[in-house]
Design a binder for this molecule. Structure first.
Ligand code: DGJ
Length: 743
């Protein structure tokens, strides 16, 4: 059993394979305090002392005259608001009388095997032998507000899932104005923090800095996580590296507004809070109603950042992604977006498919521009009927034609949006999110549909289902190309307008759930103008997410490194595209583009009919490479060896199979340099005693084998401690893929 309540000490002990988390209960007062989180401790007797409750001025029972000193210093498990803890609160209300204070104290607890799903929300899951849950019921008697704090620990992964459910047990409505999912108080241990930042086509760049006094937050008010900031935060010892040091990860399973924050206080303790962004959030709880927060996932690694990433990868692959594709090779797809943009018809698509089929590509995805009068991005969103001017003979004819070539077919939708120039908007202008009397702002010439409304969701799903039932469609790319603004729902009462951001996300989740219920075998790929909604919440619905609209192999090194800090390679949509690259104008070797895309889902985004003979030959070898290595990439352990972001010269990472029998080393020499030694890189994750034989990917060869035997063999110990030699490559942007195998 992963969770224990030690009655005498009033201590909850939560264990994962290599970590321990302890919560203390100050019985008479009912305060829940944070005691410990870190490396596994078998015997925690006496640990409650770590809460320092008997240190001046914190003794709660004997020091009632200084209650505020206690509350302002106590390491709270879920911080109060307005009663003397002046640090960041976890919850704030507006009561029927207009007050905001909340103080939740312990009432009871329950420990059970398994884990309940969270109504309407994506969440990690696991059976009775895989996960154990502690739920602690707390109450604010003055408000009649009950909160159940949930902690689930996994038997096979060093992760803890936390969430909170509120119940209004009073006979008056109460408004939740802030409802965080997790709060964690620890002493500062010379912590740095890492967060992920970016922009369109430049997503998830890592930013590492000292945790300093005051509050430092990343957040979103865009209605989605956004390109700019990301629902992830790591606290790590200043000296921690990829392989060493203590790291605490916080990831938020939610696809809307979030806030992840550190706060270092007067006594140098650090509070981390994770949850829905409180600004513009207000939720009316009528008597008897409840509110469920999304889930926060905490990971502790004593083995540096690499250990943290591997824990998240394992957790998300095993306990979050539900798709039937999660352990399966995905078809190699070719998407026509960068190949044609809006300028295509059925003949052009069939030309691409014909050529692609001969090169081993397995699916054609028809992107934006196939519906209504969508000849450019100024119109037709919301009118999901096939444009037969472009697709003469209709969708089924095209799909049958593609199938006849031995390829599957996929299609693009942007279900949450409406163009002002669309039949849908002309019929239902009030279905767009807007504030009465104020013309909402356009972005990409489109408005956001108010999918908090059932009739709006129904209308869009009905159109989508009709399209998807009309032909043999195996894949959907679900896009979302603008953030929310001008929040207002024509259907909501004034006192529920503050719920719109969250209800929008719930509406989107419900639509994806319905889509998958109707088409259980569908391969869904989420997308938001590239990677603006690449978050754990979306992984619950789609096993892969389009990583970025920047398909340049060199830009992708940083984007995919930041993404892989939290998410498995199997989730990262990555395609080979043409040069000069459409986002940056850079020319990179076709070979390098292939290796970088192989470290994700792998596919193409180019007009394969226009490729040179040499590039076509290489596509054939790349698709064979995908089949040879995708099991390893999809299911293996990820190790970061060197980062181009740090050294500005080269990038290197590795995947190792779970049984350590084989490994792939991805190496990209970004810039060539004159007069230098070869490079020695120390590998990780191997079996020390084993002997590994080295092969190199052979992309130029004529023969059937796509790897070249190097006739070199080394022990795992030598490769990890001595390293592997990588000779200098002639030119910039050159890459190597090395396969190590014990067989
Ligand atoms: C943004 C996506 O990221 C692209 O891949 C493409 O689907 C366009 N939208 C289409 O509008």
């Amino acid at each position: 059993m992963g969770i224990l309540y030690m009655e005498e000490e009033k201590l909850f002990k939560l264990d994962t394979p290599r970590t321990t988390y302890c919560i203390g209960l100050i019985d008479r007062e009912g305060f829940l305090g944070h005691v410990y989180y870190g490396r596994k401790i078998e015997n925690v007797q006496g640990a409650s002392a770590l809460m320092r409750v008997y240190e001046h001025p914190m003794t709660p029972e004997t020091n009632a005259r200084d209650r505020l000193s206690f509350l302002d210093n106590f390491p709270a498990e879920y911080s109060a608001h307005g009663v003397g803890d002046y640090r960041e609160s976890s919850v704030r209300v507006r009561s029927a009388l207009g007050h905001s204070a909340v103080l939740l104290t312990y009432e009871s607890h329950e420990i059970y095997r398994g884990k309940e799903s969270l109504a309407g929300l994506p969440a990690t899951f696991g059976g009775e032998n895989e996960v154990t849950t502690l739920s602690v019921t707390c109450r604010d008697r003055a408000l009649g507000l009950r909160a159940v704090l949930s902690y689930s620990v996994f038997e096979d992964t060093d992760a803890i899932a936390r969430s909170v459910r509120f119940f209004n047990d009073s006979d008056q409505p109460v408004f939740l104005e802030k409802a965080m999912s997790a709060c964690l108080d620890m002493d500062d241990r010379d912590f740095d923090m890492i967060t992920l930042h970016g922009s369109w086509a430049r997503e998830r760049r890592m930013d590492r800095r000292r945790v300093s006094h005051g509050k430092h937050a990343v957040s979103s008010l865009r209605g989605e996580p956004g390109h700019q900031e990301h629902p992830f935060l790591a606290l790590l010892e200043h000296t921690a590296t990829q392989t060493r040091g203590d790291v605490y990860g916080f990831s938020f399973v939610y696809s809307g507004n979030f806030r992840m924050q550190t706060e270092k206080n007067q006594f140098d303790s650090v509070r981390v809070t994770v949850g829905i962004e409180p600004e513009d959030f207000s939720w009316k709880l009528a008597p008897g109603e409840s509110f469920q927060t999304p889930e926060a996932i905490l990971v502790f690694s004593g083995e540096g950042l690499g250990g943290m990433s591997r824990a998240y990868h394992d957790l998300y692959r095993k306990h979050l992604i539900r798709s039937p594709y999660r352990n399966k090779k995905r078809p190699i797809l070719i998407n026509n977006w960068e190949a044609t943009y809006f300028d295509f018809d059925e003949e052009k698509l069939l030309d691409i498919a014909r050529e692609a089929a001969g090169l081993g590509i397995e699916m054609l995805v028809m992107d934006d521009g196939w519906f209504g009068n969508r000849f450019d991005d100024n119109r037709a969103l919301g009118d999901w009927q096939v444009n037969e001017e472009k697709l003469k003979g209709g969708l089924k004819k095209l799909v049958d034609g593609v199938n006849a070539l031995g390829m599957e077919f996929g299609i693009w939708f942007e279900p949450e949006m409406v163009s002002p120039d669309s039949n849908l908007y002309r019929e239902h202008p009030d279905w767009a999110i807007a504030v009465p009397g104020r013309t909402p702002g356009l972005a990409r010439n489109q408005y956001v549909l108010d999918i908090s409304r059932r009739e709006v969701r129904e209308c869009i799903l009905e159109q989508m289902f009709a399209v998807l039932h009309s032909a043999n469609i195996k894949y959907v790319k679900w896009d979302m190309n603008r953030p929310l603004s001008d929040l207002g729902s024509a259907a909501a009462e004034a006192d529920r307008q503050g719920e719109l951001y969250h209800r929008y996300v719930l509406g989107m989740y419900e639509m994806q759930e319905r889509l998958l219920a109707e088409f259980p075998e569908l391969l869904l790929e989420n997308c938001s103008g590239g990677g603006a909604r690449f978050d754990p919440g979306m992984l619950y619905y789609s096993p892969q997410i389009w990583c970025s609209d920047d398909t340049d192999a060199i830009e992708r090194l940083a984007i995919q490194e930041g993404t892989a800090l939290v998410y498995p390679l199997s989730a990262m949509g990555a395609h080979v595209s043409v040069c000069p690259n459409h986002a940056v104008g850079r020319n990179t070797p076709f070979e390098t583009r292939g290796f970088v895309a192989l470290a994700g889902t792998f596919g193409y985004e180019l007009d394969v009919t226009g490729l040179s003979k040499e590039d076509k030959a290489m596509v054939g070898r790349q698709t064979a490479m995908y089949h040879k290595f995708n099991d390893l990439v999809r299911e293996g352990d990820y190790y970061r060896i060197a980062s181009y972001g740090d050294n500005h010269l080269y990038d290197c990472f590795q995947v190792v199979s779970k049984d350590k029998k084989e490994s792939l080393v991805f190496y990209v020499q970004v810039l060539g340099e004159p007069s230098r030694h070869s490079r020695i890189l120390r590998l990780q994750g191997l079996c020390g005693d084993a002997i590994y034989h080295l092969y190199e990917a052979d992309m130029q060869g004529e023969g059937r084998s796509i790897v070249k035997d190097t006739d070199r063999e080394y022990s795992g110990q030598l490769l990890e401690n001595g390293g592997i030699i990588l000779e200098r490559l002639w030119g910039d942007f050159r890459a190597k893929l090395i396969w190590l195998t014990q067989d």
